[in-house]
Design a binder for this molecule. Sequence first.
Ligand SMILES: [Zn+2]
Length: 261
Amino acid sequence: MAKIENSKIKKCNLCQQEKKLITKSHIIPEFFYREAGVYNEKHYMYKIETQRYLRTGEVSYVPTGEYESEILCEDCDNNRIGELETYGSKVLYGGLSPEKNIKFTNYRNPFDGFEYTIFENVDYKQFKLFLLSLLWRAAISKRKTFKEAQISIKNEEKLRKMIFTRDAGEINNFPIVILSYLRDNAAPTDLIAQPIKSSTIDKDLITMMLAGFVFVFNITNNYKEISEIKDVTITPEGKFTVLHIPKGKTLNFILKYANLK
Ligand SMILES: [Zn+2]
């Protein structure tokens, strides 16, 4: 018995203290699976390997959620990350109490017909750190599913510090662009896909598709071209834009955005 207990005393990836680590931590928060409607009491979930899905349209099933064992202590999982998840799910899928006062306004660009939603009064620190916690968890995961979310050790440590010390950094520290395919009823809303890594001449991106949203993380070191995305990424003023992918275009659009097509 004591042996088993001792084997669980390890260094927590987030607080870095030697502690008893929990056996089930989610890499992708459970609420994404619920929102995608791919969660049931047997814990069967769809797993879509992006490349294979695009090639063949095939989807596979996995018998458990994407749990990872012994990566976090209970305090970090339930409280530090849990608090961010609670906030993030409410921003994305609603449910914040009225006094939190998040404002969202829908627009349509008259020139190209693109629809977008501007969110305001969002807690920059909580929301950005929630999003970065998705990237960080995928990055530290040893599971094959997350192989394209691997980042440099330096960036991994930067993210860990930001999450642990509750410091969301400046606008150009890991800026994130959010697209949505919730309005594309031709798109598979139950899509929870493996992260995709891609690079252009001037930037390195990791794209994660989760239950109607596409999160594009810019992991370029010292990213300078902030003017390109300052109107869409989440700003310290608590504002960000979600671009709605046009009907019937979801997968092509995402791949183009990630520079894979
Ligand atoms: Zn911890």
